[in-house]
Structures are given as structure tokens and as C-alpha cells.
Write a protein that binds this ligand. Sequence first.
Ligand SMILES: Nc1ncnc2c1ncn2[C@@H]1O[C@H](COP(=O)(O)OP(=O)(O)OP(=O)(O)O)[C@@H](O)[C@H]1O
Ligand SMILES: [Mg+2]
Length: 339
Amino acid sequence: MSNPTEIAEIDGMSEKSAKTLVWDARHEMGMGEFRSVSEMEVNTKYITTGSANFDAIMGGGIPTGYITEVFGAFKSGKTNLSHTLCVTTQLPSSHGGLGGSVLFIDTENTFSKAKIERIARRFGLDPKEVLRNIYHARIYSSDHQIQMINAAEVAIQTKGAKLVIIDSLMALLRAEYIGIGLLARRQAVLNKIIHEISRLAETYNIAVMVTNQVATVMKGTFTAQDAIGGNIVAHGCQFRVQFKSKGFSMNSSLERTATIVDAVDVPPESCNFFITDKGISDEEDPEFAKESLKKTKALLEVELISAADIDDTMEDTEFEEEEPKKNSPKKKTTKKKGK
Ligand SMILES: Nc1ncnc2c1ncn2[C@@H]1O[C@H](COP(=O)(O)OP(=O)(O)OP(=O)(O)O)[C@@H](O)[C@H]1O
Ligand SMILES: [Mg+2]
């Protein structure tokens, strides 16, 4: 499945012999001829996302054999989904998992062990065991990203990984290759990455999930959020899902929408799910919902009290001037009804 030019990079290997080797290998593997599709093996398996709604629109969950891209604005839930999948991949197949380990390529330093432990408890798994089966690599440059994607192949074989996560695919490339002048080089690097992870997904029938950021683009007179990385990412990922916050981006709601933007064989549907402290779910987590409501309420109260204070002082002053209260020794501080 490799290109002869890649094989020719091996010391002592000429381009000519690399080509012969690759062509011969294809011949041996039956890749040099057309075959009837009735012989084609379809063995797609699915990993549950933690949300039955989301699984349903994906046709069962995150599929093996393909690259699934999840893109969305900041705080839309991409990293939360990544963490949930780190745990659910380890579930037995009877419970929506693949009973395998996970490789986590982390470019944003957002991996949280505590979050994994909470998710593991939610699914009835031993948190320590779950952490042992997640192999994490903190990445510092796009070159490092390529190195670890290459290293993933051995890890898949030796550690029994069934899912490779890249969170996020474009963050480092976006930071390193700035401006139109470097676009061609960036896309070349990206092409290499996409090609390699696609090969891993197919060869080992594992799931690959990449997260991606968005950029605001003009669509006529409207603006819309679109995934970055251009056509190479758009064509390279077989399943593309957009996450969105509901309502305004600055609200505190943890409800999110997932929309299938492009897929091999599922219609373009949407569903809602929640981010909870125990991963993503169909239900708003009662514990976290309570805490978050308390905080929002406390903030609102502070604002209302200070506004009411200003109003009351003014009302009191007017009131006292018109009707001085001779009989009452205490200053009246009753607030007007409805304030
Ligand atoms: N323990 C928790 N319980 C509930 N919600 C949480 C918890 N921790 C984080 N969140 C919420 O999750 C959201 C962040 O989600 P996440 O990190 O998955 O976003 P993201 O899409 O990866 O964003 P970015 O593009 O910045 O990486 C925030 O709105 C935050 O309030
Ligand atoms: Mg993130």
C-alpha cells in the first residue's frame, strides 16, 4: 500500500528496485487485478460515542476502516468526545466497544486523566485499567505529528489499538504555516498525514477520529463556519461531522448539536447531545447541571442586586423628600414591588 518513492527512502534501496518490490507485493496480495465486488469483505464495526442519538445518525457509532472528522468551534465538545471514545473503545463489543486500546495524539495539551477516570466509572470500568490502555503522545510540531503517525503503525500491532485519535489535526499546521505563500507546503504535509492515517484505518480495520477547528468564511452576504484544511481534509475524511453549541456561543448551556456533513452511507442528519463531566451523553448530567446552574444563578444575582441598589437609593431619596417619616425612627428601606 506504500508508494515506491517512500520505500526508495530506505538506505541502499534504489528507486527501480523499490518499484519492482511494491508492484510484486501488490501482485502477491491480489491488488494487481480487478475483483468481483461479491468477494469484497465489509467488516465495519462501530464504537459508541456515549450518546445513543449520535450513534444513530452515524449508523452505529464511530466506524472502523474510515477517518471520521469532527469539526466545530471552540468548546463545541470535540475533546470531550475524544475522551469518551478513549473509554468506550475499551468496552466489550456487547456494550458498544471493540475491546481494544487507544492511541491519543494530543496537539493541544488538553488530555485529562481525571476526566477519563470519571468516564470509566460511568461505564462500569476500572479507571486504572482504562488509563493503562490509553497510549498518549503530546505533540509539539507538525513534523513530530508525522513522526508519531508513523509510529502508530507499530503501536497498533503491539498494543492492540482499535482507535487512533488526533486532537487536533490542524492546530500545529495552522500555527506553523501562516499565509498563502506556505499554503502549498502545508497542504503537502497534510496530504501525507491524511494518506497515512487512511491507510492505517483500512489496513488494520481500526477507527481513526480527527478533530478539526473552524474558520469563518463568507458565503455571499452571510458568514458560515467551515472546517479548515481545505479540500484535502474534506475529500480525505469519509465521515465528517460538525458540532455546534446551541444558541449563542457565549451561553453556558452544555447542549450541543451534531450534524453529518458528509458520509459514506448515512443521510445528512442532526441530533442533540450534552457535554457532561462524565463524557458526552444524551442526558444532561444531574450533578454537573446542578453545579453549573448554581454558578449561573449566583452571577445573575450579583448583577441584579447591584442594579437594584442603585434604583432603590434614588427611590428612597425621592420618597423621603416628599413624605418625611416623623413617626418612624427607623429609615424605611422597603423596596418597591416588582423591582
Ligand atoms: N467536567 C465538565 N463537565 C461538564 N462540562 C464540561 C466539563 N469540562 C468541560 N466542560 C465543558 O466542555 C466544553 C469544552 O468542550 P471541549 O473541550 O470538548 O471543546 P472543544 O471542541 O475541544 O474545544 P477546542 O476547540 O477549544 O479544543 C466547555 O463548554 C466546558 O464548559
Ligand atoms: Mg479541544
